[in-house]
Design a protein around this ligand. Structure first.
Ligand code: ADP
Length: 606
């Protein structure tokens, strides 16, 4: 039974599953990519931020440096010293106020003011403003103490009256070794904050306590970036640098920011630039997306290749299977044909064998019939031979007597008769030989009349004994037919013997007609008797071997069967029938032949 290719195909494994596993295996490859990209963009950002931070710090320091030396220079001005020397001089104080205002306007400083040795403000640039520093005491400020101690006072803080941020520079005013006052310049730092603008990176400037004093994020302002010690708390409370005495901690998510810091040693501050992590994450994500895309494309390409290869292998396997199946079928068909062929050959052999056996059986039948005819004939033949033998003996004895009496002519006459009689005997013996021999010769030209005469001669004695009248109607000219000498005589002998057999059952007059005529097809010979004729059954079956109705003469039932076979072999035909006026009528249809040379049968006399 032919098997379908799909039935043979192996169950397909899900290819995409193995691809997914492969992708999972390759996914860790993305991790180093992510790390590399992260490091790269972090470095990029760091170097960029470092530059920005450097610029900012430089700008800030530039601003501070501008005012750093100013208090010292101003402390030498006589107009200001005079106020310290004569605090009650109202005019001197007014002059000092105007002077300070002029200088602060020229230099861009926020406020300038002069304190006496106790920290009381005697002159100030904002003398004419509502929140003027005049008559206020700032001795609690660290810059005051620094200046009194002979150092340059530096301080960041909120103005106690203005509540405005600023950086304070302070220098002592001396009279010889004695400190007679302190001159302070307050610098506005708000603009350095505004400078920053709206960028995703944030600025945070912390003082020595880690408290944010300048920042681009207002909510970070005045918050502590680290834990404060109790002494620091005390200092903060004393300095009043911030609007609050207790700065709240600023908890920054370290992972959310990339921090770049720089210490400013001059002021003890630290400038920090905080860049949101998203600035790195975004390009890293892009790199990862590109890498994953490439990986996916690689996977897909690989999958496609695998699929194509799989399909190709499947197709090859399928074709191989189909070819194998075809070869198997061809082999099966071939072996079936071979078996059939062998059987046919065997059958042909069996048929040939059977046919040979049949031919053999037929030959044997013919032979048996001949032998039987020979047996039947031997009696009449011995009678036929005994008769001339007796005659020859008496002719010979007579010839002896005649020679004794010198009657040589008579004796010669007897010898001549003896010669004739021996010729007759030779003829009878030749008939006998002809019947017994198997004849397979091709048809030859045979004259019909002498054959009839021969056959009649063999039955002459019996015919005469039965007193059968013979009525012959044969043309004088020889009728040439295609036949074998012996075979034709055998047929005629059988037919005539059958006629005599039939006539034995009838009382006199017994008659036998023999006639012949030329027809368009050849020559027809008729043998008719006035016996009982064929019965209906005999007419239908007379040609069958061993069919006989004869009991008295012990017929073999072979006569007509042999005649039929012989006639067929000669190309002629034997027709059985009854005459309308009673008795059997047998017709022999023979093929015509060209006139031959031998009117007398040659074989017997050879
Ligand atoms: P057999 O002579 O041994 O019987 P045949 O084959 O010669 O065998 O004849 C077959 C039968 O045909 C005969 O038994 C007989 O019944 C019938 N038959 C043959 N010749 C004649 C005839 N001339 N008249 C009547 N019947 C005949």
């Amino acid at each position: 039974m032919p098997t379908t290719p799909t039935a043979n195909a192996l169950p397909r494994r899900p290819r995409w599953r193995s691809l997914a596993i492969l992708a999972l295996c390759l996914a860790p490859m993305l991790w180093p990519v992510q790390q590399l990209a992260d490091r790269y963009y972090r470095n990029e950002l760091a170097s960029q931020n470092r530059q920005t931070l450097d610029l900012y710090v430089a700008n800030l320091l530039g601003t501070l440096h501008r005012y750093e030396t100013l208090p010292q220079i101003l402390s030498g001005l006589p107009a200001l010293r005079h106020v310290l020397e004569a605090p009650a001089d109202k005019q001197a104080a007014d002059n000092a106020n105007v002077l300070l205002k002029q200088i602060s306007q020229q230099t861009g400083a926020e406020v300038m003011y002069l304190m006496d040795a106790n920290g009381d403000t005697l002159a100030a640039s904002n003398w004419d403003q509502k929140d003027s520093f005049l008559r206020r005491n700032f001795a609690f400020r660290p810059y005051y103490r620094d200046a009194v101690d002979g150092r340059l006072g530096r301080f960041f803080g909120l103005g106690t009256t203005s509540a405005k941020r600023g950086y304070f520079f302070a220098a002592a005013v001396r009279d010889g070794e004695r400190v007679i006052g302190v001159l302070v310049v307050k610098v506005d730092l708000d603009h350095t904050e505004r400078l920053w603008g709206k960028t995703p990176e944030q600025l945070a400037l912390t003082d020595e306590y880690g408290v944010v004093i300048l920042t681009s994020r207002p909510d970070w302002r005045y918050r502590a970036t680290r834990a404060l010690s109790p002494s620091e708390h005390q200092a903060i409370e004393a300095n009043l640098a911030y609007p609050t005495r207790d700065p709240q901690p600023l908890a920054l998510d370290k992972n959310a920011w990339v921090v770049q810091s720089r210490a400013i040693t001059e002021t003890g501050w630290t400038a920090s630039l905080l860049a949101p992590r998203s600035l790195i994450d975004r390009p890293v994500r892009s790199v990862l997306a590109i890498a994953s895309g490439a990986l996916l494309a690689l996977m897909l390409g690989l999958g496609l290749m695998m699929q194509r290869r799989r399909n190709y292998l499947d197709r090859i396997a399928f074709e191989a299977r189909a070819r194998q199946e075809l070869e198997m079928r061809v082999a099966e068909r071939t072996s079936a044909l071979e078996r059939l062929n062998t059987r046919l050959k065997q059958e042909v052999l069996e048929r040939e064998h059977a046919q040979q056996k049949l031919f053999q059986a037929q030959d044997e039948l013919v032979q048996a019939s001949k032998l039987s005819a020979l047996g039947t004939m031997s009696a009449s033949i011995s009678h036929e031979l005994n008769q001339p033998l007796g005659a020859i003996r008496s002719y010979a004895e007579n010839a002896e007597v005649l020679l004794d009496h010198q009657r040589t002519d008579d004796a010669r006459g007897n010898l001549k008769l003896i010669t004739e009689l021996t010729a007759r005997m030779a003829s009878i013996i030749a008939h006998l030989r002809a019947f017994a021999r198997r004849d397979h010769h091709a048809p030859e030209s045979v004259a019909l009349q002498p054959a009839i005469e021969d056959a009649l001669a063999l039955l002459a004695k019996r015919r005469r004994a039965m007193d059968v009248e013979l009525i012959r109607d044969l043309p004088d000219a020889p009728l040439w037919v295609q036949a074998g000498e012996t075979r034709l005589r055998q047929v005629l002998g059988n037919l005539l013997a059958n006629a005599l057999d039939a006539l034995t059952e009838k009382a006199n007059p017994r008659q036998l007609w023999i006639s012949a005529e030329k027809t368009a097809q050849g020559v027809n010979l008729y043998i008719r008797d006035n016996g009982p004729g064929f019965t209906r059954e005999a007419l239908a079956r007379a040609r069958e071997p061993f069919f006989t109705t004869k009991t008295r003469t012990q017929g073999l039932g072979l006569g007509l069967a042999i005649c039929e076979t012989l006639m067929r072999a000669l190309g002629g035909e034997l027709v059985l029938g009854n005459h309308p006026q009673g008795g059997a009528l047998l017709t022999l249809r023979l093929l015509p032949a060209r006139p031959g040379a031998n009117l007398q049968p040659p074989e017997e006399f050879a």
